[in-house]
Design a binder for this molecule. Structure first.
Ligand SMILES: Nc1ncnc2c1ncn2[C@@H]1O[C@H](COP(=O)(O)OP(=O)(O)OP(=O)(O)O)[C@@H](O)[C@H]1O
Ligand SMILES: [Mg+2]
Length: 273
């Protein structure tokens, strides 16, 4: 199927047509605004965000509480619709694609990790990880096999048959990461993935995300309040009152994303060779 995900998900490589808006560019937003109305008042959560993310980049989004980080991640993952402006994924506007393609995008191209894991506590770890595949109609044997593989990747093979509710916070977040990646998405969106964890666990979970980001050639965007962890990403974007205050200006409409993205440092892609 030549759709927005089919074009890029099949072998992890975008077709030239899918990347028509820029070589190596996976995600772009132009003038992204999101205004929430409640009663008579309006809240401008995003006030016109222009952002460009290259394939293979690991980007941190930081900013004060209420600055729009979660709102931005929701729009990037097509969980919400902008008031105005456009999100482009692999060169295609998410606005312009059919509902079926949008569902396919959410289910296959993007993996989400949240601050709270949202696992089903009465199901086992392996069942939780298999869930997105089962929901897509994949046979249970195959889905559970893939889920086992992912639990191994996150170091929890020995907990596969434990109920999610019995696992520690850090272990639950590992299961949530495995669940986010079991569909082999290109893009990982994580909203304060270490926000509920103590410092030690936060570091371990971040390292796990870093490792999976590299080994699975993901493009990852993480909202975080942890500046120490943010610094370890290729690039940090700062949101304030719904606007990017750094990172934006240097990104849009310029030539090489790999150098502009990191201020001269090598990108993840370059590091991978
Ligand atoms: N569904 C909604 N209805 C009304 N206002 C909303 C809604 N979602 C977010 N907002 C408002 O939009 C602004 C941005 O919220 P958002 O959750 O994106 O911030 P954030 O940067 O993720 O904050 P935090 O660091 O606390 O998670 C806030 O002022 C918030 O109150
Ligand atoms: Mg938030």
């Amino acid at each position: 199927m030549q759709d927005i995900t089919g074009a890029v998900v099949a072998d992890g490589q975008a077709t030239p047509a899918a990347l028509e808006s820029g070589i190596g560019e996976l995600l772009k937003t132009v003038g992204l605004r999101r205004v929430f109305s409640s009663g008579n008042s309006q809240v401008t959560a995003l006030a016109g965000v222009n952002l460009c993310v290259t394939r293979g980049e690991m980007v941190a989004i930081v900013g004060p509480s209420g600055s729009g980080k979660s709102t931005l991640l929701h729009l990037l993952g097509a969980l919400d619709t902008p008031t105005s402006g456009t999100v482009y994924f692999a060169g295609k506007s998410l606005e312009a694609i059919s509902d079926a393609e949008l569902t396919e995008f959410r289910n296959r191209a993007v993996g989400f990790v949240w601050q709270r894991h949202h696992l089903l506590p009465d199901f086992t770890a392996v069942e939780n990880v298999a869930m997105p595949l089962l929901a897509r109609g994949i046979a249970s044997r195959e889905a559970l096999g893939a889920a086992h593989g992912w639990l191994e990747e996150v170091g929890l093979a020995d907990r596969a048959q434990h109920r999610a509710g019995e696992l520690s916070g850090g272990e639950q977040q590992r299961v949530a990461i495995a669940r986010a990646l079991v569909t082999r998405p290109l893009l990982l969106l994580a909203d304060e993935p270490t926000g509920d964890l103590d410092e030690g666990n936060a570091g371990t979970i971040f390292e796990l995300i870093e490792r999976l980001h590299r080994s699975h050639r993901l493009t990852s965007i993480l909202a975080t309040h942890n500046l120490q962890l943010a610094r370890r990403c290729n690039r940090t974007l700062v949101l304030e009152r719904g606007l990017l205050v750094t990172g934006e200006e240097s990104l849009v409409g310029r030539e090489s994303a790999s150098t502009r993205a990191t201020g001269g440092r090598a990108t993840a892609q370059e590091e991978r060779g």
